[in-house]
Design a protein around this ligand. Structure first.
Ligand code: PEP
Length: 253
């Protein structure tokens, strides 16, 4: 992939007041890089702020992202949001399979697969998150776990369509611990092999593979320099425009 992709995951943080300062600062920072290989950027605020973020990002190249979706198109699913609803808000990308949803909300591979299919139907690009826990890594199961997660989420899909996969080792999310660039690159290579088996080498090469897990301005350069790392999914460091822009700078071509 020639262009890197940097995604902000605000999780359950932020406010309209933050959006009012963050969105212009981000756009100004990106404009200052104009013509100098600025990467693709998306911001995923909490669902109640999608509309406000869309308004503030209007006319800019920054894409709007959602953090979650329900697989059903409509119905008695109190508190949930469908893919069609996200499409009406001009959402371009949506995170699925985040480890917080797997762990805290009991989402399994089959449910994640259903979400991915729902997003494909409305042409919203899924950002499929996969990653092993610390116990799984220490038991030497990390490759098998990630292989299973990718395989299960994409089962039955003949062409990938627009798709991004994020490798996020659970032990590195919000902990200040990151995978070493070599560890991350190795896992990305494994994911690329799974994608090649399913979709062929050419299609697999076009799928962006992001690294996520305590990415910050200090470690982003080394991570993003790895040949198999096409970008970053950023949690904590994406809530401050300066910190997020510093990561984006490392993703310039
Ligand atoms: C995330 O939320 O996907 C994430 C990687 O968080 P953090 O950057 O805070 O570890």
């Amino acid at each position: 992939m020639s262009e890197k992709f940097v995604v902000a995951n605000w999780k359950m943080n932020g406010s309209e007041a933050l959006i009012a300062t963050f969105a212009p600062a981000l756009q100004q920072g990106l404009a200052a890089m104009n013509g100098r290989g600025a990467p693709r950027v998306a911001v995923c605020p909490p669902a109640p702020f999608l509309h406000a973020m869309a308004g503030r990002l209007k006319g800019s190249a920054v894409q709007l992202g959602a953090q979650n979706v329900h697989p059903e198109p409509e119905g008695a699913f109190t508190g949930e949001v469908s893919a069609h609803m996200l499409a009406e808000l001009n959402v371009a990308v949506c995170i699925v399979g985040h480890s917080e949803r797997r762990q805290l909300f009991g989402e399994d591979d089959e449910f994640i697969r259903a979400k991915l299919m729902a997003l494909h139907q409305v042409a919203i690009e899924p950002i499929l998150c996969v990653g092993e826990t610390l116990a799984e890594r220490e038991a030497g199961e990390h490759e098998a776990v990630v292989w299973r997660q990718v395989h299960a989420a994409l089962r039955g899909l003949e062409v990938p369509g627009d798709l991004t996969v994020a490798y996020e080792p659970v032990w590195a999310i919000g902990t200040g611990r990151t995978a070493t660039p070599a560890q991350a690159n190795e896992m990305h290579a494994l994911i690329r092999r799974v994608l090649s088996e399913q979709f062929g080498d050419d299609a697999a090469a076009r799928i962006g593979l992001l690294y996520g897990g305590s990415v910050n301005a200090g470690n982003a350069g080394d991570l993003l320099a790895q040949p198999q790392i096409d970008g970053a999914l950023v949690g904590g460091a994406s809530l401050k425009p300066d910190a997020f822009l510093a990561i984006i700078h490392h993703a310039k071509r």
